[in-house]
Design a protein around this ligand. Structure first.
Ligand code: ADP
Ligand code: MG
Length: 355
């Protein structure tokens, strides 16, 4: 695989900026996910890398070579789309060989067989696409895209057409295939779980810009913006004013409750700030907790909604006695049978100040 660099890429369509001064470096051999909502510019970014769009300004560099003005078929790049676009009249083997043969490559049959083995379809090489399931067709498309060993493989929501269970299986398989072939994968998706499961590095895109980039864990634990916090899972966002800040803890007044956060995780330690805490970090208690250092408490509140999800229950808690507090969402593990709380129950929400 080769590394990819996008340097200050801007792409405008008449009256609309789709990509806004994008800077991105993807190391060779990595599995990189570009994650963002529909319309944020993911496909446009891939098309710029593939050479199907020309940037309004900026450079595309692959493996140290500036390819900004290089024709698509001369770039060391292949793309897998959501639609497989296989040739219906050819066998699976024929589909995978096709590109190699057209370029007069040596041992097209052997190399196609090897690619089909990688995607575990060697036993179906003689079939036609219409005789395969959706997941199998997608694997053929993948085999066809890796058979000539491009330096960079672009995947544009390739699993979007598959049902949930198959999509989960294919996520793990794609990751295994990437590790085996060692190509650089640039995978585009709007599915946060998909990005987090598969990628070494995730870039969160919003309105044509990268809002934050990092390992899945970094993005989840230390989102820099409310958009990232809520796009990767769910978050409770509590806004208030900083009342004190030491090396250890920064204390925020949220609607009269004192909320402490680790200063090491704070982006700002003065003024009006938003504190984010994940629903699974929160605990519900039915007796008012005694004041304890290192523990945040808000309440009393009332459970207004519960939804049972097997391993956990999702609760919504509102604070009618303190309407300035927003409703919070709590995910509680169901460890004991019959331990769930009912709507209407009076509760306090607590969590460790480490969170
Ligand atoms: P995503 O793949 O993240 O859903 P796209 O990259 O397809 O988003 O599109 C980003 C934005 O650019 C969208 O608002 C889309 O309507 C716009 N756009 C994409 N291609 C064109 C085009 N050829 N002409 C005008 N606008 C376009
Ligand atoms: Mg798209």
């Amino acid at each position: 695989g080769a590394d990819l660099e996008l340097r200050q890429i801007t792409k405008t369509f008449p009256g609309f900026t789709a990509i806004d001064q994008l800077d991105l470096t993807i190391p060779a051999g990595s599995f990189f996910a570009l994650l963002g909502p529909s319309g944020c510019g993911k496909t446009t970014t891939l098309r710029l890398v593939a050479g199907l769009e020309e940037p309004t300004s900026g450079r595309v560099v692959i493996g140290g070579r500036d390819v900004t003005t290089t024709k698509p078929h001369e770039r060391p790049v292949n793309t897998v789309f959501q639609s497989y676009a296989l040739f219906p009249h050819m066998t699976v083997q024929g589909n995978v060989e096709f590109g190699l043969r057209r370029r007069g490559a040596k041992d097209a049959a052997g190399r196609a067989a090897e690619a089909l083995r990688l995607v575990q379809l060697d036993h179906l090489a003689a079939r036609r696409p219409s005789q395969l399931s959706g997941g199998q067709q997608q694997r053929v498309a993948l085999a066809r895209a890796i058979v000539n060993r491009p330096a960079l493989l672009l995947l544009d929501e390739p699993l979007g057409a598959l049902d949930l269970k198959l999509r989960r299986e294919m996520q793990l398989e794609l990751k295994a295939i990437q590790a085996e072939v060692g190509l650089t994968f640039l995978h585009v998706t709007h599915d946060q779980e998909e990005a987090m499961t598969m990628a070494d590095t995730v870039a969160v895109m919003n309105h044509g810009r990268i809002e934050q980039m990092g390992s899945p864990q970094e993005l989840y634990e230390l989102p820099r913006t409310a958009f990232v916090a809520n796009f990767l899972g769910q978050s409770n966002l509590l806004t208030g004013d900083v009342v004190s800040s030491s090396d250890d803890a920064t204390v925020v007044d949220v609607a009269g409750s004192r909320i402490a956060v680790p200063t090491a995780r704070a982006q700002r330690t003065s003024g009006t700030v938003t504190v984010g805490v994940r629903p699974e970090k929160l605990l519900l208690v039915t007796d008012e907790p005694k004041a304890k250092t290192g523990v945040n408490v808000i309440g009393p509140g009332r459970i207004t909604d519960t939804s049972f999800a097997g391993v956990s229950t999702q609760y919504v808690v509102e604070f009618p006695e303190n309407p300035a507090l927003p409703a919070v969402t709590v995910f509680a593990q169901n460890l004991v049978f019959g331990s769930t709380l009912n709507p209407g129950a009076e509760v306090w929400v607590t969590w460790s100040a480490d969170h």
